[in-house]
Design a protein. Structure first.
Ligand code: 8YV
Length: 323
């Protein structure tokens, strides 16, 4: 029997690409350029499986074909708000993701951002590299203490819980949680966390607020001017979830007028384009979507896709089916 035809839309870790080549009739994206919507539409008529990432905007336009050859979009990444669920269902395409394997590294990066913005690490590095450091002094680049402060976590799934573990057990932080559903009391107890009903309840209580909810239409601009106004004037906002969760124009205004202490972002609405509003803010740390970017995790994400594909083509239900 012919091997299934598989398209990988970006370069993946070599060990994973090698395994895919072993098992399937694979086309790799050796130039590592994102596909255009028309290339994506064409791919859906040719390949049995397409393996996309967050850089593929798989909206209704990119899936606007009468019938698909593709039966599965085995996404590399846990977030899949770049895939239009209704259009995938219309074409009868299954979607899988890669949870679990990136939770620790994404949580590590949320802690990195929290520490960077509170302790002014970005300012300090820029000053030093610009040759502007004149030496130690008691009043130089004074930041905010992180240890022992209150951290609000919006969205208490796997990544949110890993952040809580680090913040509570490593930094002695008090954890407050807001989540769509009631969190199991045993899970809350692991980090001495308290769940509140609404984001409005959470924001005024916290010195740091970290976002760990999914992106997509439901959470678009979840953090807007009204909610930013509820944060303490010296509190920090951290986002390793999805750019669209924050109204970036409102955030830039809050940073510009110092109504919050600062923000640290790993994800952006319309990335890799960064809003000029944000680029002008100096109480802001920005990283280029590095949440899962470690060798161990990027390989594990790839092998999780391999597992999902093996189940799918073996006639079993993939463990990570999301659509
Ligand atoms: C991934 C992420 O690298 O998994 C996610 O949802 O945000 C990142 O860690 C990226 O999405 C890959 O598609």
């Amino acid at each position: 029997m012919a091997k299934p035809r598989v398209l990988v839309t970006r370069r993946w870790p070599v060990a994973v690409e090698a395994q895919l080549q072993d098992q399937y009739d694979v086309v790799l994206n050796t130039h590592d350029k994102p596909l255009t919507p028309s290339e994506f539409r064409a791919a859906l008529t040719v390949y049995d499986a397409v393996l996309p990432t967050v850089t593929d905007l798989i909206n209704a336009d990119a899936m606007d074909i009468p019938k698909a050859q593709t039966k599965i979009l085995a996404n590399y990444g846990v977030g899949y708000s770049h895939i239009d669920a209704a259009a995938a269902k219309d074409l009868n395409i299954m979607v899988t993701n890669t949870p679990d394997v990136l939770s620790e590294c994404t949580a590590d990066l949320a802690m990195t951002l929290m520490l960077m913005v509170a302790r002014r690490a970005g300012d300090g590095e820029r000053e030093l590299r610009d040759g502007k450091w004149t030496g130690w002094r008691p009043t130089h680049l004074i930041g905010t203490k992180v240890s022992g402060k209150t951290l609000g976590i919006i969205g208490y799934g796997r990544i949110g819980q890993e952040v809580a573990r680090r913040a509570h057990h490593g930094f002695g932080m008090k954890i407050i949680v807001q989540s769509r559903s009631a969190v199991n009391p045993d899970i809350l107890a692991q980090c001495g966390a308290t769940q509140v009903d609404t984001i409005e309840d959470l924001l005024p209580l916290c010195d740091f607020v970290s976002l760990h909810c999914p992106g997509g239409a439901d959470n678009r601009h979840l953090i807007n001017a009204a909610r930013l106004n509820l944060m303490k004037p010296d509190a920090f906002l951290i986002n390793t979830a999805r750019g669209e969760v924050i109204n970036e124009h409102d955030l830039a205004r809050a940073l510009w007028f110092d109504t919050i202490g600062g923000a640290a972002l790993d994800v952006f609405d319309g990335e890799p384009n960064i809003s000029p509003d944000l680029l002008g803010c100096d109480n802001l740390v920005m990283l280029p979507h590095l949440g899962s970017a470690t060798r161990t995790t990027r390989e594990a994400m790839g092998f999780r896709v391999v597992e999902n594909l093996a189940d799918f083509f073996g006639g079993r239900a993939p463990r990570d089916r999301v659509i």
